[in-house]
Write a protein that binds this ligand. Structure first.
Ligand code: PSU
Ligand code: MN
Length: 304
């Protein structure tokens, strides 16, 4: 019998002792960033979490075991290519079929929720795709946030999506959306999506207080904290809009759909901007993971 679920000893100890832990996803590594940058980023993100005083818990399914916290050799496997993209619904089948897979925001939140990890740092949340009335494509990230008590620190919703519709869905699902040190909802590669965000927070401690208050109500849902990309790494808006328009045409012409859409569009961005969007993506994930570590620390302080 293989283990269905394995929590790395370092992560299990931290959780048992009430020390801060930050969940990290592997789809970002396996499908969102090209090799060899992905492996370097995987290591850096874990270091940033440690430097922020928390324990990193990168998630993946390897040989059918859902792993919460990976060894360096396991991060190598995740970044080597060929892993399936697993949403929450795919976890059971992948485990029973003894396969490997990278976890999306949805699957990572589900595993974090199981383990009792309250904070998760990533790049951009999945959401409602453009022309949703034709594709019905709404990321499971939203449905999972509706019933999983994990705070996702991200740079908003990937700009390749329908951002206003995604915010509407989050409202319908009663998932609180906060923005960090801005009154606007961030736009992933851009600091401002053009839409306002109702709840602004300016310090990790304030975020921890909001999480604690949300929990005190008995709410089972997660929460989104949108942290704008650092100003130096922001993409030029004109370049962004042009590349996005081309990417959407390309996806349409090639008939790309389902889980392939996001990786194809991100890859198109990385090529068409000569790596500028890649640098931007890496910078924003780093910033989010650092912020997630501070919040995890602040949450532990609130809880004690
Ligand atoms: N953020 C990034 N790059 C990514 C993702 C997020 O900077 O590749 C991934 C996350 O795993 C998210 C997924 O859950 O994209 C959304 O995919 P879809 O739109 O197919 O639900
Ligand atoms: Mn989808």
């Amino acid at each position: 019998m293989h283990d269905a679920l394995r929590i790395a000893p370092e992560v299990a100890d931290a959780l048992a002792e009430g020390r801060p832990v930050v969940a990290l996803e592997s789809t970002l590594l396996a499908h969102g960033l090209p090799a060899p940058d992905n492996r370097a980023v995987a290591g850096e993100l874990e270091e940033l979490v440690r430097a922020g005083g928390a324990v990193p818990a990168t998630m993946a399914v390897l040989d059918g075991t859902a792993r919460i916290g990976l060894e360096p050799s396991q991060l190598d496997r995740v970044c080597a290519g060929g892993l399936a993209k697993l949403s929450r619904r795919d976890l059971g089948p992948a485990m029973a079929r003894l396969t490997d897979g990278a976890t999306t925001v949805a699957a990572t939140c589900a595993l974090a929720g199981l383990a009792g990890i309250a904070v998760f740092g990533t790049g951009g949340l999945g959401g409602v795709h453009r022309e949703v009335w034709r594709s019905w494509d709404i990321s499971a990230d939203l449905a999972v946030l509706a019933d999983t008590p994990v705070l996702v620190v991200c740079s908003g919703v990937k700009s390749v999506l329908d951002v206003p519709a995604t915010l509407e869905q989050l409202e319908t699902l009663s998932v609180p959306v906060l923005s960090y040190r801005t009154d606007q909802f961030p736009g992933f590669y851009l600091r401002d999506s053009g839409l306002p965000c109702g709840w602004r927070v300016d310090e990790p401690e304030q975020v921890a207080e909001v999480v604690a208050a949300h929990r005190a109500l008995g709410a089972a849902s997660g929460m989104v904290l949108a942290n704008p990309v650092p100003p130096v790494a922001e993409l030029d808006r004109e370049l962004h809009d042009r590349v996005l328009a081309d990417g959407l045409t390309l996806v349409e012409e090639r008939g790309v759909h389902g889980g392939e859409v996001t990786p194809v569009l991100l890859d198109h961005f990385h090529t068409a901007t000569d790596g500028a969007s890649l640098a931007c993506n890496i910078a924003l994930v780093r910033a989010n993971v650092e912020l997630a570590a501070s919040i995890a620390g602040a949450l532990c302080a609130v809880a004690t």
